[in-house]
Design a protein around this ligand. Sequence first.
Ligand code: SF4
Length: 68
Amino acid sequence: MKIIVDRHRCIGAGMCVLLAPAVFDQDAVDGKVRLLDPAPPPGALASTREAEQVCPSGAISVVADGDS
Ligand code: SF4
């Protein structure tokens, strides 16, 4: 699994941090997403996918192993 975040799109809503705090954090200065773990373990896939779904700005992309 590989995670890509677009800080230019992020509006700092923080949903990703609530859902997957081991993968995402928010910058203390601008409130935008910080990627803590760009290649989290398979056990984090569900919560990271959920963050991708609920992110209001579409700033998160999750590429699962095996996806093209
Ligand atoms: S949920 Fe989306 S908009 Fe909100 S902080 Fe995370 S990446 Fe940014």
